[in-house]
Ligand binder design. Structure first.
Ligand code: GLV
Length: 312
């Protein structure tokens, strides 16, 4: 029996080190860079990867399965990836990270952390500045997959009122009310904080547009932890410059790294973080990959299969 070849593509060798398969059942290959992957991709039956170089998909003639090491699959769902390749995601691990990110940065706003640190640097006692409560504030979560629901639970634990928006509008236990994407603005009108979690698909590109931003209260904060292109960045820039929003916490951008000359850097009502809100770690992703690898070798159905037509 010929042994299938599994190609692990990542700069961190730990991903490959944590692959577990019965002895002799697979040929394991590793590549850390596009040029290392290039001569190996034609032999790969399975690929375990993050941000695999798009120009190499055409060479992946034997590929049957792609396990993605992160939450988003937009980089993989390109026409060059043959339709027969099964793509699987890694749900369940990013929710806890991103819940802490979202609640943490919401608290940064309400606890006025920037103001107190600023005053401290100037040795000023600013007891006229008071913090605000997260309790009672309304958080609108746009995108209610496993990450959105994990954020909802954390926010509710602090007494926030959680509303949701999703493609289906189906109610979930974690949100008081859920609207369909078509009623996005109705939900946004109520928000003190909006967190964007939608996958990037042709339907969601630019969905947080000028009209959506205008629906938000002028005191509300936008947190984007999804993909930069889900938000119309020029419209957001405009709203922030015109102080028609409280501010924005941005972890993702249409172009990453965010170029040094980008106007977002200079705004005092923006926080920029470098796409770190839901980090992938080899230890957390390995159990998902190894479970699917065992299934794949046994010819059983894989878990967490992406609906390539829906785009997530
Ligand atoms: C990171 O952005 C991911 O999709 O995991």
């Amino acid at each position: 029996m010929t042994r299938p070849t599994v190609l692990v593509y990542h700069a961190d060798p730990k991903y490959a080190a944590l692959v577990r398969a019965p002895r002799g059942r697979i040929v394991l290959r590793t590549a850390a860079t596009p040029s290392e992957a290039e001569p190996l991709v034609a032999e790969a039956d399975a690929l375990y990867a993050w941000q695999f170089p798009r120009h190499l998909w055409a060479k992946a003639a034997r590929l049957r399965w792609l396990q993605v090491m992160g939450a988003g699959v937009d980089w993989a769902l390109v026409p060059e990836l043959r339709p027969g390749v099964v793509v699987t995601r890694a749900p369940g691990v990013f929710g806890p990270w991103m819940a802490e990110y979202v609640v943490g940065w919401c608290a940064w706003v309400t606890q006025r952390m920037a103001a107190y640190l600023d005053a401290q640097r100037q040795r000023r006692w600013i007891d006229h500045v008071l913090p605000d409560r997260l309790g009672g504030k309304t958080l609108v979560i746009v995108g209610l997959g496993d990450i959105g629901r994990a954020i909802a639970r954390a926010a509710r634990a602090l007494g926030m009122r959680v509303l949701g928006v999703s493609r289906t509008g189906r109610p979930v236990r974690e949100a008081r009310r859920v609207w369909r994407v078509g009623a996005l603005r109705t939900a946004l009108r109520q928000a003190d904080f909006v967190v964007v979690l939608l996958p990037l698909t042709p339907e969601t590109r630019g969905i947080i547009d000028a009209g959506a931003l205008a629906a938000m209260k002028p005191t509300a904060w936008l947190l984007n932890v999804a993909r930069g292109a889900v938000v119309d960045e020029p419209a957001l820039l405009d709203a922030l410059r015109g102080r028609r929003l409280g501010g924005a916490i941005l972890d993702v951008f249409a172009t990453e790294p965010l170029p040094p000359h980008h106007p977002f850097w200079a705004l005092d009502n923006v926080v920029i973080t470098p796409h770190i809100s839901g980090p992938s770690t080899p230890e957390e992703i390995a159990p998902i990959f190894n479970d699917n690898l065992a299934r794949w070798l046994a010819g059983r159905p894989l878990r967490h299969v992406v609906d390539r037509k829906a785009g997530y």
